[in-house]
Design a protein around this ligand. Structure first.
Ligand code: NAD
Ligand code: MG
Length: 416
């Protein structure tokens, strides 16, 4: 029985993880949960999973949660109410919860960084969904993994595909994804990308893109931020940096290929030129389950892949003119040090402003580019945690200021 701490339990990754815990009750149990604002769903999750600890990102809502739990009907009330925790300290305590074996990081954004570090310092294995943490703080996270011996199992579907393809290579035997040194025998990674919501749009129409357009993904059902990142291809750019830190390849050997069917989840080329791919329907449950069960595979009754039903698998090179964020991410990854933290924070802030309808979709890459250009002079090559946190805060503020200047120049021109 593996005990799970699920960070971001009310989100897309979190809810799918809890569904897996229910699907395999003799394999997994949930000992800790953390959530942002969705108390309705969180209370339901507490009733179903009876965790030992629950942490709320916003401590001011703890009394409301306590009241709701105390007011539950006896038939719904878990035998033991969880310990309730709040704020950053609470999230970190839930991430390092003593009885947890594996921590699923389903918090969105760099907000996941401190809880992730707390889990690593407590020696927990991680199912890494929260890629922003590794992108912003790779140079801080990797040495911590080395020190604690925690294993970083990739939940992101592309990185799970790569990890699955590498089973049976010397790399997988080390069972350590944490060294940041090149994986033996791995020559090249090809990350597949669906192309996102705007893959078939004429680039000349992108200025008309609304929030509703950008948040409807053609293949995957995910949280709003990552869905916008998929539309801009920033998600794939972030995944290039994620792959660099996980598998140790330099950026010239990590490529992106647009594959609209999302059946091949990524490919690796090994030293002898053999190319391996992992295939499946686009469903995050499989990569999450593999993190939970690794190195075992569990028998599932899920819909099986039928390639005759799919018909054709197609591939094309991504068009840099359509997806400027992709190039920005490669450039930030190559610059290294604190540049990915600046780029990631600028993206998080720009996407948040876009979701609030404060800026255009096409402003996102412009704002990120401005921040990365300004950060060149201040880049720290070997950052500490406080360097990363300072750059993250600076980049968000820089985007807010630049967005305000943009709004002053072109007010009220947002698409309806
Ligand atoms: P989501 O928005 O659906 O859920 C985010 C969760 O984090 C929620 O529980 C929310 O309450 C919590 N949260 C939000 N802000 C927080 C804060 N400041 N402090 C603490 N908790 C906070 O997001 P998601 O789509 O599940 O994505 C989660 C992470 O997984 C992201 O890093 C994303 O890139 C990654 N990921 C997601 C998918 C997917 O299919 N959804 C696939 C691959 C990777
Ligand atoms: Mg992915």
């Amino acid at each position: 029985m593996k005990a799970l701490s699920v960070l971001g339990s009310t989100g897309s990754i979190g809810t799918q993880t809890l569904e897996l815990a229910e699907e395999f009750p003799d394999r997994f149990k949930v000992v800790a949960l953390t959530a942002g604002n969705n108390l309705d769903l969180l209370v339901e999750q507490i009733i179903r999973h009876a965790p030992e600890a629950v942490a709320l990102a916003h401590p001011e809502r703890l009394s409301e949660l306590r009241e709701r739990l105390n007011g539950l009907e006896p038939s719904q009330r878990p035998a033991r109410l969880p310990e309730l925790l709040g704020g950053n300290e609470g999230l970190e305590a839930a991430a390092a919860w003593s009885t947890a074996d594996l921590v699923v990081t389903g918090i969105v954004g760099c907000a996941g960084l401190l809880p992730t570090l707390a889990a690593i310092r407590a020696g927990k294995d991680l199912a890494l969904a929260n890629k922003e943490t590794l992108i912003a703080a790779g140079p801080v996270v990797l040495p911590e993994l080395e020190k604690s011996g925690s294993r970083l199992l990739p939940a992101d579907s592309e990185h799970s595909a790569i990890f699955q393809c590498l089973q049976g290579t010397p790399y997988a035997e080390t069972a350590r994804l944490s060294t940041g040194t090149p994986t033996p025998g791995l020559r090249r990674i090809q990350l597949t990308a669906s192309g996102g919501a705007f893959r078939d749009w004429d680039p000349a129409d992108l200025h008309k893109a609304t929030v509703a357009d950008a948040t409807s993904h053609p293949n995957w059902s995910m949280g709003r931020k990552i869905t916008v990142d998929s539309a801009s291809l920033m998600n794939k750019g972030l995944e290039v940096i994620e792959a660099h830190y996980l598998f140790g390849l330099d950026y010239d050997h990590i490529e992106i290929v647009v594959h609209p069917q999302s059946i091949i989840h990524s490919m690796v080329e090994l030293a002898d030129s053999s190319v391996l791919a992992q295939l499946g329907w686009p469903d995050m449950k499989l990569p999450i389950l593999y993190c939970l069960s690794w190195p075992e595979r569990l028998d599932t009754p899920w819909r099986r892949l039928d390639l005759t039903e799919v018909g054709a698998l197609t591939f094309r090179a991504p068009d840099p003119a359509r997806y400027p964020c992709m190039e920005l991410a490669y450039a930030a990854g190559r610059a290294g040090g604190t540049m990915p933290a600046a780029m990631n924070a600028a993206n998080e802030q720009a996407v948040a402003l876009f979701l609030e309808e404060q800026i255009h979709f096409l402003d996102i890459p412009k704002l990120i580019d401005g921040v990365c250009e300004r950060h060149k002079a201040d880049l720290t090559a070997h950052p500490s945690l406080s360097d990363v946190l300072a750059v993250d805060a600076w980049a968000r503020q820089a985007v807010r200021e630049a967005a305000a200047r943009l709004q002053a120049k072109t007010p009220a021109a947002l698409p309806a």
